[in-house]
Write a protein that binds this ligand. Structure first.
Ligand code: GTP
Ligand code: ZN
Length: 372
């Protein structure tokens, strides 16, 4: 495997030398002829995987991953099948094993039937990108952080357009950081920079070391493409059209899921990250521990911090020690998570073989949110 290690490292292989994860080592030993590869695309019939910076190849998934929904017996749940970012073992054009993942970013998928989608696996850090312009929105940042929390990945808030903001108002950056004080107090790093300036991006170096995998999330216009280009040191994101016209031979195609960075880290670019809805498994309290600490002083143990007497959260609001918008967002996210959790519990309860688990979840939710 040594000669392939450089290629694997470029796309995020976490080990510079021998594999230290015992489960990974055991699977590698169990499949001596298989080669590790990383999933770059997921399709109904199979996957595209890469072993290095070259374009990926199509491979077949194990037969038991292919059983259609409705074929209950032996059906492998979606989260046990590979997703973009997963490491798999491939032998003779087939995936023979999924290496256990250390992080999984999920979202709740809207639709008639509640579903959870695994968007990306084995991400070390999610950069939550937000411009210091009219689009600056601490509430949206809180929402992204909520979805990252519990995934196993870390999160860093990257505030772009610091150059423009400072030119318009010398206090703009300090004001934005103050608006995010609640978020920073939860332990997330917050960095303000000019995404076009390579020197400014030095502040991101701690998360861009070799073998690390990162993703960028943020609304349109936040500066994700700009950041990517500056990280790469080249204009990549807008050159797609040119490459399209020069036909087959060159496989540096318009869209690439795994982008090796000069720092040695790997940027995962997957469209699924765009619209993030809670799955129902998030713990809102963990992202709002300031509010949770206040809640311990509320008169009622099950206080909803809405209209109850003796509510310490509302008292802090009135005293001005708790930001009103942060509080409003807490209520909104709490309700969204509870709604998604209710759907999740219903879906689990419907599945007869998982009835017991569903009931337990319902019970847990009742304790946490009251009857729903
Ligand atoms: N001055 C300045 N301009 C920036 C900065 N970051 C982004 N921009 C500009 O903001 C605009 C939008 O940035 P993009 O990088 O295209 O935003 P995006 O997040 O990729 O947007 P989508 O591709 O729609 O998701 C572009 O004109 C950038 O040049 C920054 O830090 N400073
Ligand atoms: Zn209360």
């Amino acid at each position: 495997m040594t000669e392939d290690l450089a290629g694997l490292r470029a796309i995020g292989w976490p080990y510079p030398g021998p594999v230290t994860d015992p489960q990974w080592a055991a699977l590698l030993a169990a499949h001596p002829l298989a080669r590790p590869a990383r999933v770059t695309e997921q399709h109904r019939s199979g996957y595209v995987v890469a072993e290095g910076v070259e374009a990926g190849v199509a491979v077949e998934s194990p037969p038991d991953w292919q059983r259609p929904p409705g074929y209950r017996k032996g059906m492998v749940p979606a989260e046990q099948r590979a997703a973009v970012g997963d490491w798999v073992l491939v032998e003779a054009g087939k995936i023979v094993a999924l290496l256990p993942r250390h992080s999984a970013i999920k979202r709740g998928a809207a639709g008639e039937h509640y579903k959870q989608q695994l968007i990306a696996a084995n991400i070390d850090t999610v950069f939550v990108v937000c411009g210091l312009d009219a689009d600056f929105n601490p509430r949206r940042i809180e929402r992204y952080l909520l979805l990252v929390q519990g995934s196993g990945a870390g999160a860093v808030v990257v505030l772009t357009k610091a150059d423009q903001a400072a030119a318009g108002n010398p206090d703009a950056i300090a004001e934005a950081l103050a608006a995010l004080a609640g978020t920073a107090a939860q332990g997330a790093a917050v960095v303000a920079l000019n995404a076009r300036d390579r020197d400014d991006l030095g502040a991101l170096a701690p998360w861009l070391q070799p073998g690390r995998s990162i993703v960028l999330v943020g609304s349109s216009g936040a500066g994700k493409s700009t950041l990517t280009n500056t990280l790469l040191g080249v204009e990549r994101m807008k050159t797609g059209a040119v490459r399209d016209s020069d036909a087959r031979g060159r496989h540096t195609t318009t869209h690439r899921a795994l982008i090796p960075l000069p720092s040695g880290a790997c940027l995962i670019d997957t469209p699924g990250m765009r619209e993030l809805k809670p799955t129902g498994e998030e713990d809102v309290a963990e992202n709002f521990s300031d509010i949770e600490a206040l809640a311990e002083q509320c008169r009622f143990r099950d206080c909803k911090h809405e209209r109850e007497p003796g509510c310490a959260v509302r008292a802090a609001l009135e005293a001005g020690t708790l930001d009103g918008e942060r509080y409003a967002n807490f209520l909104k996210l709490r309700d969204e998570v509870a709604g998604a959790a209710g759907k999740l519990a219903n879906r689990m309860a419907q599945k007869s073989d998982e009835k017991v688990q569903g009931k337990a979840l319902h019970k847990r939710l009742d304790e946490k949110y009251g009857r729903h």
